[in-house]
Design a protein around this ligand. Structure first.
Ligand SMILES: NC(=O)c1ccc[n+]([C@@H]2O[C@H](COP(=O)([O-])OP(=O)(O)OC[C@H]3O[C@@H](n4cnc5c(N)ncnc54)[C@H](OP(=O)(O)O)[C@@H]3O)[C@@H](O)[C@H]2O)c1
Length: 265
């Protein structure tokens, strides 16, 4: 089947929109939604979000009816989630036919230590709260705020990683969080057959997270692998990976709940 030309008249909420993959995804989405669509950009860095909002407002989609809302929020806090829902409800209207949530915000956690050093539950809880609990609770809130109804599609994307499937030495928080988060979305896909759920693994990206990976990773072999990928020009651009994600969303033929890696597209 030929892919759709666009994603429809969309309400799209995207977390971690201030930089990296999230920012690139916002720009790709802006080109692929119909006039009247609403993009809700979420992150803690308000200035970066406002710059992106201004850029989009002046772009062709902005001039022809794309609405861009900014929510400066920590998704690890309940008030942050409340703000996202409040803004999204206020900005949405009856004409929207596709609700998309992209759970992209994440942190790497402390990769400078090995598993046996994590003795403090509060440290682990705080990591999992931001990287697992917040994605579950935001998704649940969005599904309740925008329930299934005739003529409305709903898509939830979880930005996942190879680390959801494979153990990486000295990356216990990140691997645990990504694995838990991915299973959560697989359960959701089983429970909600009307929903389209995608676990998208964007590949090694040239972002701040990779800078952290190659400078802080404790495991020497892993650290060298990250440095070699960078110096060997093997990191992907966010734009290249995003365009693969958009291709998957436009084709809309994936099995709900599945894990799709950028290198398989
Ligand atoms: N980079 C890679 O090689 C790679 C590989 C596989 C998967 N991924 C995944 O791809 C996604 C994007 O990664 P990236 O490389 O673009 O990371 P990044 O450059 O570090 O960007 C992370 C984004 O998340 C936001 N964020 C972090 N903590 C937040 C919080 N508490 N509340 C709200 N927003 C928060 C950041 O915004 P603020 O700081 O402004 O809040 C930023 O916009 C992540 O899920 C990551 O795990 C990345």
């Amino acid at each position: 089947m030929a892919p759709a030309a666009d994603l429809g008249r969309v309400l799209c909420i995207i977390t971690g929109a201030s930089r990296g993959f999230g920012r690139a995804a916002v720009k790709e989405l802006a080109r692929l939604v119909r006039p009247g669509s609403v993009l809700v950009l979420v992150a803690r860095s308000g200035e970066d979000l406002l710059t992106l909002q201004a850029e989009l407002t002046q772009s062709e989609p902005g001039r022809t009816g794309l609405k861009v809302e900014v929510v400066v929020a920590d998704v690890g806090q309940t008030e942050g989630l409340e703000n996202i829902i409040r803004t999204s409800k206020k900005a949405s209207n009856e004409d929207l036919d596709h609700v998309i949530l992209i759970n992209n915000a994440a942190s790497l956690g402390d990769v400078s230590r090995y598993t046996k050093s994590f003795t403090e539950m509060s440290e682990v809880d705080s990591y999992l709260s931001l990287n697992v609990s917040s994605a579950l609770c935001l998704t649940a809130r969005v599904l309740q705020a925008f329930p299934q109804r005739p003529g409305r599609r709903r898509t939830v994307v979880n930005v996942t990683s190879l680390c959801a499937l494979q153990p990486f030495c000295s990356w216990v928080l990140y691997c645990t969080g990504k694995a838990a988060r991915e299973m959560m979305f697989r359960v959701l896909a089983e429970e909600e057959p009307d929903l389209r759920v995608l676990n998208y693994s964007p590949g090694p990206l040239d972002t701040n997270m990779q800078v952290e990976a190659r400078s802080k990773t404790a495991d020497p072999h892993m650290k060298k692998t990250f440095s070699d990928m960078f110096s060997g020009g093997q990191l992907l651009t966010c734009e290249a990976s995003c365009s693969k994600l958009m291709k998957i969303l436009l084709e809309d033929t994936f099995t709900s709940g599945t894990h799709i890696d950028v290198f398989d597209v």
